[in-house]
Design a protein around this ligand. Structure first.
Ligand code: NIG
Ligand code: FE
Length: 428
């Protein structure tokens, strides 16, 4: 007697299940294990995957009221974006133009532009306006195959607006189908009112903001809430980062770090020492720090859209990270300064060309490893029993098309927790 389920996705030409490696992320040179099943089907009930296998295995054992046919197309887990700054107001198109004329990102930041421009506009907005603006971005991401997204604060830089941003992030999780993972990034830049007293701002972060974030977590968020710092020349020093991390960790927050985007200040070593979940960017990472990552569980999140957006070379040491056995994931970094791109397909396309990832490595880095980078490695990022039924029917026949083609959307149908949230293929 077949078991009754709510939905079967049938006639999948190529199913990439993206398995864990010994129950964990795909480490080092193991990255790229796709778990391909051809002529496959997936059975779904109550928002979760019940089983995935060949068509015979699934159709012999399950019956569903609703069956959708992928008609020979590719199906993968929904993409996981482990690094975004998706809640902001306004834009910085003028700075893009300045950069094209030769002014650097750091020069713009030192002259009071950059992050602080966005802070000014964000502080003036209401939570409702912020949610509305961000919702459009989340919808664009979802329509391009993203089903889980980490979102950082960091455009408030005062108590009131940083908390407003956290509240906006919590509202987005309720009001939008995407699953959201929140990160407090109060230490994103020194706000103008503390320009002459950066340590005073660090004290505001440690003494006032972090305790409020910890009580916010108590009240609103049973899962991990992260504390991130932009550890960089012109932003926060290594010593300031340590101070913030120590307080955050004591307050029960998990850690992640913007490290080595422009200069290597030692953030990677500190993040590993303090048990951070991830270190992100890594364009200036030294061979020694790549070795350290290989011996740690801190995940290296690479974001090729950022150097692309800045028009600079992508110097992240991917071959070394894989060789040293580091865990590598991919993220979009979606933000108004360096990389306004909600589409993770473009991140895959760039990762293959700029970092020489194989298509299989890029896909696994943006699914199972990205899931582990936001502590969702046991509930998402892979198509296997009991995980969230987050999957994408791509309008292509095989996984290599995802990074091979670029500039148009290849997502055909996006299924989030078992529900169709986007459908661009008539008749599926
Ligand atoms: O990850 N580097 C710091 N934060 C962002 C940029 C934010 C902005 O410029 O608004 C990044 O690139
Ligand atoms: Fe970032």
């Amino acid at each position: 007697m077949p078991t009754s389920v709510s939905l079967i996705v049938d006639e999948i030409g190529q199913l990439c299940t993206i398995p864990t490696q010994d129950g964990g992320p795909q480490r080092g040179s193991q990255l790229g294990e796709l778990g391909i099943i051809t002529n496959a089907a997936v059975a779904i009930s109550e928002g979760k995957i019940v089983n995935a296998g060949t068509r015979e295995e699934i159709l012999d054992n399950y019956h569903a009221d609703r069956v959708i046919s992928a008609r020979g197309r590719l199906v993968t887990p929904g993409l996981i974006d482990p690094h975004t700054h998706a809640v902001w107001m306004g834009d910085r198109a003028d700075e893009f133009e300045q950069r094209l004329q030769g002014v650097s990102y750091q020069e713009i930041m030192a002259a009071g532009g950059g992050i602080n421009r966005t802070v000014q506009l964000t502080r003036a907005a209401s939570v409702a306006d912020l949610v509305e603006a961000a919702k459009l971005r989340l919808t664009r991401a979802m329509q391009h195959g993203t089903t889980t997204m980490e979102i950082k604060t960091g455009y408030g830089l005062n108590v009131e607006t940083e908390m407003a941003l956290l509240n906006a992030i919590a509202l987005l999780d309720v009001e939008h189908p995407l699953d959201i993972v929140p990160t407090f990034l109060g230490a994103h830049a020194i706000p103008p009112e503390f320009a002459d007293d950066p340590d005073g701002y660090v004290a505001l972060v440690t003494d006032q903001m972090i305790p409020l974030v910890a009580s916010w977590k108590e009240e609103h968020w049973p899962d991990a809430v992260y504390c991130d710092v932009f550890c960089e020349e012109g932003a926060f020093s290594l010593e300031q980062t340590r101070r913030i991390f120590e307080v955050a960790r004591r307050a029960g927050l998990s850690l992640r770090l913007h490290a080595d985007e422009f200069a290597s200040l030692g953030g990677v070593e500190l993040a590993i020492e303090m048990g951070a979940r991830s270190v992100d960017h890594l364009l200036a990472t030294t061979p020694e720090d790549a070795e350290r990552l290989g011996m740690s569980d801190t995940i290296a999140v690479l974001m090729p859209a950022t150097p692309f957006g800045l028009g600079i070379a992508n110097t992240a040491p991917l071959p070394l990270l894989l060789q040293t056995n580091a865990i590598v994931a991919l993220g979009s970094d979606c933000n108004p300064g360096t990389a306004w791109c909600e589409n993770m397909q473009f991140t895959l396309a760039l990762a293959c060309r700029q970092l020489r990832m194989t298509p299989a490595q890029a896909l696994c880095a943006a699914t199972i490893n990205a899931a582990f980078a936001v502590d969702q490695g046991f509930v998402a990022g892979s198509i296997e029993a009991d995980r969230r039924a987050d999957l994408v029917i791509w309008d292509v026949p095989d996984y290599r098309h995802l990074p091979y083609r670029f500039g148009t959307n290849m997502a055909g149908v996006v299924i989030k927790s078992g529900a169709i949230v986007y459908d661009s293929i008539p008749g599926v």
